[in-house]
Design a protein around this ligand. Sequence first.
Ligand SMILES: [Zn+2]
Length: 694
Amino acid sequence: MSQMKFVVLIFCFAFAAPAQTLDRALALWHAHDYEGANNEFKALVAANPKNAEYRYQWGQLFYERFNAEEAGNLYNEALAIDPKHAGALLGTAQLFADEYNGKADEFAQKALEANPKLYQAHELMARVALEDDNQKKAQAEADAALAIDADAVDGIAVRASLDLLADKESPWVAKIGNRGKGFETIAHFYVINRRYEEGIQYYRKAIAATPDLWTAHSQLGINLMRLGREDEARKELDLAYENHFRDAATVNSLRLMDSYKNFDTFRTDTTILKLNKKETALRPYFENEMKKIMATYEKKYQMKLNVPVQVEVYPDHEDFAVRTMGMPGLGALGVTFNTVIAMDSPSGRPPGSFHWASTLWHEMSHVYILTLTNDRVPRWFTEGLAVHEETATNADWGDRMTPEIIAALRDKKLLPVADIDRGFVHPTYQAQVIVSYYEAGKMCDYIGKRWGESKLLDMAKEFAKNRPTVDVIRDQLKMEPEAFDKDFMAEIDKETSKTVAGFPEWTKELKDVFQASKDGKTDDVIAIGRRIEGLYPDYVENGNVYTFIANACIKKGDKACALDELGRYNRIGGRDSDTVKQYATLLEEAGKPKEAAAALERLNYIYPLDTNLHERLGGLLMQLNDAPGAVLEYQALVELHPIDMAGSHYNLARAFKAAGRNDQAREEAINALEVAPDFRPAQKLLLDVSGDGK
Ligand SMILES: [Zn+2]
């Protein structure tokens, strides 16, 4: 008898207990005891190492608790046990979709093969397609989901979004009923299309329908923050946080708003500038550039903004990155939300790698085009136009052609104009976002060149009517999109074929240049370098041919040769601070102070947080009798708190005096003497300007 009981017990333990444990794990999870649930899953998986379902469920818990990495690991483990586990395939697709990775679609497809009734996979594919602005596919996939389950909320929401994005009334909205998630999906599509106000409106609807939808509270907060409505943003983010919704975007956004106290705000009639308190030296450079840009774009886009443009400059790249979290196309240097621009500070990146003025022209172009089109512009066009603007004012600005772009050109990976948006949103290879920026920029260059600059404005006005790319190309360029692609590719080939074909040779011989330089064979460096520099002239980064040649010239004592070479480096867009300064020195030595000042002025657009730069440039401008220019440089110098504070105040005093601003000259001479009371030149200057200071 007792033996019998024992057998029964074993039986129960072996077969019933695991089910109880899964139930227990799920029960704890639903009771928000995440740690308890996690422990249950851990035990369950340890006891059943070959069970794919348990690992998948555990992964779902991690996914819900903001640990995408662990979720991904567990889905992978589940798939290693059962490659056709539909849930794990869909979970993986979801993770890719969250990062705007092109593989999302592929995994959703696999999930459907494993389980054709999995309507959520169709919903996911519909979402990805609509993010790419592929409306046909989005509708087909939403319909496929609805054919399996007529009540599939994301299927309904995608159908609704298709109508709403086209500015049409939608019968689908009512079908969402009281399911906040459906409104949240619509809000997501508005935000993806930079229609933040409408996005905010739909997040509010989502919350009204489902008050405890914390994801919607968080997203509402983030989008309010993007538009600068900080009080309300904080309220929503705090609410999500207090209710244990603590994903990276929520936590980091709150942290970012806390850091706003470290910023100073400078206002003019048309501009708002937020700078870190340590970087107020940037103020005149940014304000002047903003005004210059606005004057240019007002003419070019034939419109005035009716609110000031706000520019926020972040010294910590991570802070800036928070602004773009959960958005496609990362790695950006700047981002525009209606009339608010957030961007890296020159100090947020290694000096020489970032041209802040290019970025500002780029982002401000978005402000105008988004305003002009009421945000109804396809991604490729607004990005292409912004890239086009970077080089429109100065050819040496903007991004240079990178080796990844050369590889994409070689492998014919550029996308047709009708599909190019997906290259920005769901890249299928590493460099596709960069390649898409390049391609869209070149498309706008090409349109401007062939049909005239004003054609770009005509197109923007058509996009304002919410017309699709293919229609605008047909109407405005009087050709089929396929014909446009063909002509455009022929132009790109003409421009780049030499570099694409010559790239292997350039790569190989650049190594020879390096070796020759190492061996001190200066004539070889110059000969090989000159032979290959025309193959890939855009390469101005580390280890570029120009610098090798210039150094070889200097070693030979041939300054004219170095000057010539560095001139090329500058014109083509070389940005290394030391190299540009070396060029300026050679120009000065050659008796060309004006050209030397111009070379140094280029650096103000790249890395203006450099005391030595302002000191040198201020000196040159004084020599050239450009007193107002010298004032600007010495003011920047003083703002940066250089080691020689007394000398800097004195120099600023001299510049003020030369500019006829004696009151300020006197003030600065006094500032110099406060630091160094025995500073004779400052004493003398003070006497000079005190005589006729009225
Ligand atoms: Zn952009």
